[in-house]
Design a protein around this ligand. Structure first.
Ligand code: ZN
Length: 150
């Protein structure tokens, strides 16, 4: 089942023509004569992404569709939102260090002097969570709608 042009436009308008994942401004239509759809120049053209991927039963419902650029769309692939978020977070050196440390500590008892303990604690306290621009926007939309009702 494909998504109608009307629906595509509605989602893009709702998301203010910005990529859910990276926030970049999206161009609406491909240049008509462009044949190579993976060309780097086309990466900021609008695509729709299923937050919950189709392959795992994600629907075409508006709530499951977001505007995104072709670059993010292809980078997310068929992963769920959380799996994609995790994969991006794992690119952060702080997260890598934390995960490596967690793993090392699961294998051996590390001697923890005060200095090492302080470093470990600092590492564990770093906020490395990723919130996508589209999630912030959606939260704001929700607040606004709640405000309208009250
Ligand atoms: Zn993007």
């Amino acid at each position: 089942m494909s998504i109608s042009a009307t629906k595509r436009l509605r989602i893009l308008q709702r998301d203010e023509f910005a990529c859910f994942y990276c926030g970049r401004t999206l161009h609406l239509n491909y240049p008509v004569d462009h044949q190579n759809f993976t060309h780097p120049d086309l990466m900021d053209y609008a695509a729709l992404d299923h937050l919950d991927p189709q392959r795992s039963g994600g629907s075409h419902h508006d709530d499951n569709l977001v505007a995104c650029c072709r670059a993010c769309n292809s980078s997310k692939g068929g992963r769920t939102l959380e799996a994609y978020r995790f994969s991006l977070e794992m690119k952060n050196p702080i997260v890598q260090a934390r995960e490596a440390l967690k793993y090392a500590r699961s294998l051996v008892q590390l001697p923890m002097d005060a200095e090492l303990l302080a470093a470990v604690t600092l590492l564990e306290q770093q906020n490395t969570g990723i919130i996508f621009p589209g999630e912030q926007k959606a939260a704001l939309r929700l607040q606004t709608n709640v405000g309208d009702v009250a």
